[in-house]
Design a protein around this ligand. Structure first.
Ligand SMILES: [Zn+2]
Length: 255
């Protein structure tokens, strides 16, 4: 009997790029990783696109982190429909189950935040503050952001970041986006960006991204990803540490 037949989506993806794009390019991919994953989207409804070959280990490595990001990315605007509220409650429970202590970590003194912001608080659309800088949130954002950076670099350049490559990650909360000049400039520089789309179904109110890359060697790129109106990540990717421009600062990860 012959094995000939239509290729599955995974087979087709792996026939174009057999190696995992997340761990240096020496491990064969065996799965398809969706970046960002389905749980970040309302009702897990995610248009096709941004699908990448991944080894099993890389595919599984961000599961706990993604449950945190799915929650963080929904904190603004508030869930508007019954379906979205149900999603939110389910995700909050799952995120706490996968990351015990998360809910406690995010509690913050509302008045202290207002005092800290002073007049800038008037620029904010909501005064319901959360502490998103604790160790669980930070680790989740770093893991997820690094993986998204590797994915978007591959999408832009068709090159896998080799071992020794560097990712520089900056996270902006929606408070930053309204009050911090640096964040506002960075987000504007990248423009409105792209989203995932299938026919008329598009998710720009949930996820947008924008990339630029150096076109001679395809070894450097920069990206912004915006998740609803809750948070944004800015990512710079360089194949070599010495290529990281001096002006770039943030959380560094070596691949
Ligand atoms: Zn891998």
């Amino acid at each position: 009997m012959s094995n000939a037949g239509p290729l599955t989506r995974t087979q087709r993806l792996l026939s174009n790029q057999p190696f995992c794009v997340f761990c240096g390019g020496n491990t064969l991919g065996s799965t398809v990783e969706h970046m960002p994953s389905r749980i970040l989207f309302n009702g897990k409804q995610r248009p096709k696109g941004l699908e990448f070959p991944a080894c099993k280990r890389c595919n599984d490595s961000t599961r706990k982190a993604e449950s945190v990001i799915a929650l963080l990315s929904r904190f603004y605007p508030d869930p508007a429909t019954d379906g979205e509220r149900k999603d939110f409650n389910k995700l909050a429970l799952a995120a706490e189950r996968h990351n015990p202590g998360l809910a406690d970590e995010m509690r913050t003194d509302q008045l202290a935040n207002l005092r800290r912001l002073g007049g800038a608080a008037l620029k904010l659309p909501t005064w319901n503050f959360l502490h998103v800088g604790g160790p669980i949130c930070t680790r989740a954002v770093n893991l997820f952001g690094a993986k998204l950076a590797l994915a978007l670099h591959y999408e832009a350049t068709q090159r896998i970041v080799p071992s020794g490559g560097v990712i520089v990650l900056n996270r902006f909360s929606n408070v930053d986006a309204f009050t911090d000049e640096h964040a506002i400039d960075a987000l504007q520089m990248f423009g409105a960006g792209k989203t995932l789309q299938m026919g008329k179904f598009e998710v720009s109110n949930q996820f947008r991204y924008s990339s630029v890359h150096e076109t001679e060697t395809n070894s450097m790129s920069a990206h912004v990803a915006v998740f609803r109106e809750a948070m944004a990540l800015m990512m710079v990717v360089c194949h070599k540490t010495e290529d990281v421009p001096d002006s770039v600062s943030g959380h560094f990860t070596i691949v």
